[in-house]
Design a protein around this ligand. Structure first.
Ligand code: NAP
Length: 444
C-alpha cells in the first residue's frame, strides 16, 4: 500500500479520463509501482472521454479498449474522481499545491471553427456537437438536428467526416450491436436524407480517411458512394503514396467504378465532391444552401479557381478538426488550439498529453506512447515525491466545497444500470443527462 503524503510516493493528478489520461496512469503504475498515487479527474461522472463520446457507436471493437483502462482504474493506488470540473470546482494552481505533477489530458472537445459566413445559421453543426449528439454526450444530447431535408452536406475529408456520413446513411438495423443513443437512433430512422455530399477541399490523394473506415462504405445497406472518375489522378501516381493511403485510394477507385446496376436498390447517394472548398453557408435563419468554390492543387495546397456553385441543403456538419478547451491561467496556443507546451511541459509541475499536447491527430493507440513519454518526462522533473497531500488534501477540499465526486465504484453502478436498460441487440443504453448518471450512481 502506498503511504499517502510520504516523501517517496509521487502524487500525480491526471485531468481527463480519455485514452491519453488512462495511458498516462498506466505508465505511472508501470514505472513507479506502488510508489505513486494517481487521481484521474473528469468533468463528467463517467470515464473514458473520447472512447465513450467520440468513437462512433457502430465501432464497438475500438470501444473495447476501455477494458484495459478499467484494469488501470482497479489498481489500489489509482482513483477515478468524476463530476469535477478543473478550472471551476478546483483550479489548476490548487491541484498543483496538492500533487507533484498535474497532467492535462483533456483532449480536444471543441470544434475548430472554419470562419465561414453563415456558420451560425440553424442546422449547421460542428462535428463535436453532432458526434456528441448521437453518442449521448450530456452537452449535446438535446441538439435535435432537423433531418427532414433530402440533402445533407458533410465538410471535411477526415475520419470524422466519414463517421458522420456513415451514421447519416445507416438503417436502424445497421445500428444493431451499437450503443447509439435511442433518441438519435429514432431521429435517424425518420430522416428524409437521400443525398449526402462529402466536401473535400483537396483531392483523392490528399484524403485523411483510413482504409478500414473507407471500406465500410462499400457495405452499407441503403447507401452507395459516388465518386467522379475524373477526380482521380492517373493510376500510376498511386505508387507514390504510402501503403495505407494507397489502400484508401484503392477503395475510392473501386467506388468510382460502380455503375447504375451496382447502385440498384440503394436509396442514398453518398457523393464525394473533391476539389471543393466551402465559401459561405446561405439561408435566413437556417441553412438553405452551401456556396462552394472549385479548387485545384498547387504545391499540394487547395487554391480557388474562381468557379463558384451552390448546393441546396438543409443540414451541414463541419468536420474539419478539433481544438482543446482553454483552462484559466494555463498558457494556451490559440493558433494551434492546444496548450502551449514544450514536449508536454507547460510550467514546472504542469504537463499535457495526447490531443491537449499535440493537437487532434492519430489514432487511440497513438496516445499510448504519448502517455508513457510524458511519464518519463515527469520522472526526470520530479524525481521522488515531495510529501504533497494528494488525495487526502483533495478530499478535504472537495468536502469543504460540497463537491459531489463520483468514484470508480460509483461509475460501475452507472455502467451496470446502462447495461441493464439496453435495448435488444445493444450493449448499453447510455444515460445522456448528468443528473441521470448521478442518480444511477446513487448520489442524487
Ligand atoms: P482530420 O483527420 O485532421 O481531417 C480534417 C479534414 O478537414 C481534412 O480533410 C482537412 O482537409 C479538412 N479541412 C480542414 N480545414 C478545412 C477547411 N477550412 N475547409 C475545408 N476542409 C478543411 O480530422 P478529423 O476527421 O476530425 O479526425 C481527427 C483525428 O481523429 C484524426 O487523427 C482521425 O484519424 C481520428 N479519427 C479516427 C477514427 C478511426 O480510426 N475510426 C475515427 C474518427 C477520428 P486538408 O487535408 O485539406 O487540411
Amino acid at each position: 500500500m502506498p503511504i499517502i503524503g510520504s516523501e517517496w510516493v509521487r502524487q500525480v493528478a491526471i485531468v481527463g479520463s480519455g485514452p491519453a489520461g488512462y495511458y498516462t496512469a498506466e505508465a505511472a503504475l508501470k514505472l513507479w509501482g506502488d510508489e505513486v498515487q494517481v487521481d484521474i479527474f473528469d468533468c463528467l461522472p463517467v470515464p473514458y472521454g473520447l472512447i465513450r463520446s467520440g468513437v462512433a457507436p457502430d465501432h464497438q471493437s475500438i470501444k473495447a479498449v476501455s477494458r484495459r483502462y478499467e484494469k488501470t482504474s482497479l489498481a489500489e493506488n489509482v482513483r477515478f474522481v468524476g463530476n469535477v470540473m478543473v478550472g471551476t470546482d478546483i483550479s489548476v494552481a490548487e491541484l498543483q499545491e496538492l500533487y507533484d505533477a498535474v497532467v492535462l489530458a483533456t483532449g480536444a472537445p471543441r470544434d475548430r471553427l472554419v470562419g465561414l459566413p453563415g456558420e451560425d445559421l440553424g442546422n449547421v453543426f460542428g462535428s463535436a456537437a453532432f458526434v456528441g449528439w448521437y453518442n449521448g454526450h450530456p452537452e449535446f444530447e438535446a441538439l435535435a438536428p432537423d433531418l427532414s431535408d433530402k440533402t445533407a452536406v458533410v465538410v471535411g475529408n477526415g475520419n470524422v467526416a466519414l463517421d458522420v456520413a456513415r451514421i447519416l446513411a445507416k438503417t436502424r438495423e445497421e445500428f444493431d450491436g451499437s450503443d447509439i443513443v435511442v433518441n438519435a437512433l429514432n431521429m435517424l430512422e425518420a430522416s428524409s436524407i437521400d443525398k449526402i455530399v462529402v466536401l473535400g477541399r483537396r483531392g483523392p490523394h490528399q484524403i485523411a480517411m483510413t482504409p478500414k473506415e473507407l471500406g465500410e462504405l462499400g457495405h452499407l445497406h441503403r447507401a452507395s458512394p459516388r465518386i467522379e472518375p475524373a477526380d482521380l489522378p492517373e493510376e500510376g501516381e498511386d505508387a507514390l503514396l504510402e501503403p495505407g493511403q494507397r489502400k484508401s485510394v484503392n477503395h475510392l477507385r473501386a467506388y468510382a467504378a460502380l455503375g447504375d446496376e451496382d447502385r440498384a436498390g440503394k436509396a442514398i447517394d453518398m457523393e464525394f465532391d473533391f476539389f471543393a472548398s466551402p465559401k459561405a453557408i446561405l439561408g435566413d435563419d437556417r441553412v438553405e444552401a452551401i456556396e462552394v468554390e472549385r479548387t485545384k492543387l498547387e504545391n499540394n495546397r487547395a487554391v480557388g479557381t474562381g468557379e463558384i456553385y451552390t448546393i441546396p441543403t438543409g443540414l451541414v456538419v463541419i468536420c474539419i478538426g478539433y481544438q482543446t478547451s482553454p483552462i484559466p491561467d494555463v498558457p494556451f496556443d490559440t493558433d494551434a488550439g492546444r496548450f502551449a507546451n514544450d514536449d508536454g511541459r507547460i510550467l514546472p509541475g504542469l504537463f499535457c498529453v495526447g490531443w491537449a499536447r499535440r493537437g487532434p491527430s492519430g489514432t487511440i493507440g497513438t496516445n499510448k506512447p504519448d502517455g508513457f513519454g510524458i511519464i518519463d518526462i515527469i520522472a526526470e522533473d520530479i524525481g521522488t515525491g515531495s510529501g504533497k497531500q494528494g488525495p487526502v488534501g483533495f478530499d478535504a477540499l472537495a468536502a469543504e466545497r460540497g463537491l459531489n465526486c463520483v468514484t470508480f465504484e460509483d461509475w460501475q453502478k452507472i455502467d451496470e444500470a446502462e447495461i441493464a436498460r439496453a435495448r435488444e441487440g445493444s450493449p448499453r443504453e447510455k444515460f445522456v443527462k448528468v443528473d441521470e448518471m448521478i442518480g444511477a450512481a446513487g448520489k442524487g
